[in-house]
Design a protein around this ligand. Structure first.
Ligand code: CA2
Length: 147
């Protein structure tokens, strides 16, 4: 059984599609999860798609991925810009890590320009809307060998 790809989403991303559509679009996180599951099947991959508003829960999933996951795709939300703890957890994971942001964080407020996650990420996608998630999955497939 191939190891799953962990797709982790941080604080407030549960509100996707319900607030601020001018920044984040109209699709919901459930739509993103469904699109990722469908693409993963096409690529011969499996995913574990999670969202939490709690830093510790995200860290626990990163730890779980150390034993059970082939790769991590993470949109840590605002924790991207603040969390050394998430960076430390990602640094214990040995597989590929890709960072996704729906919005272009570099076009926004200066406090969003720095990312702790980027210090570990093997690649970063920002500003592609929710299309960034399937793009990241395709990149994982080419890194770890999907279909
Ligand atoms: O662009 C991204 O994906 C972000 O990671 C989203 C975070 C933000 O703090 C980062 O700087 C960039 C915010 C997630 C909040 O998501 C919402 C979605 C819809 C409505 C309200 C919040």
């Amino acid at each position: 059984m191939p190891k799953p790809i962990y797709i982790l989403n941080g604080p407030n991303l549960n509100l996707l599609g319900h607030r601020q559509p001018e920044i984040y679009g109209r699709a919901t996180l459930e739509d993103v999860a469904e699109a990722c599951a469908a693409l993963a099947e096409e690529l011969g991959l499996t995913i574990r798609f999670h969202q939490s508003n709690h830093e510790g829960q995200l860290i626990d999933w990163i730890h779980e991925a150390r034993g059970e996951g082939a790769a991590i795709i993470i949109n840590a939300g605002a924790l991207t810009h603040t969390s050394i703890a998430i960076l430390d957890a990602l640094n214990t994971f040995e597989g590929p890590v890709l960072e996704v942001h729906i919005s272009n964080i570099h076009k926004r407020e200066s406090f969003r320009h720095h990312s702790y996650v980027s210090l570990r990420a093997d690649g970063v996608i920002a500003g592609f809307g929710i299309e960034g998630y399937p793009l990241a999955l395709r990149r994982i497939a080419s890194l770890i060998g999907g279909k």
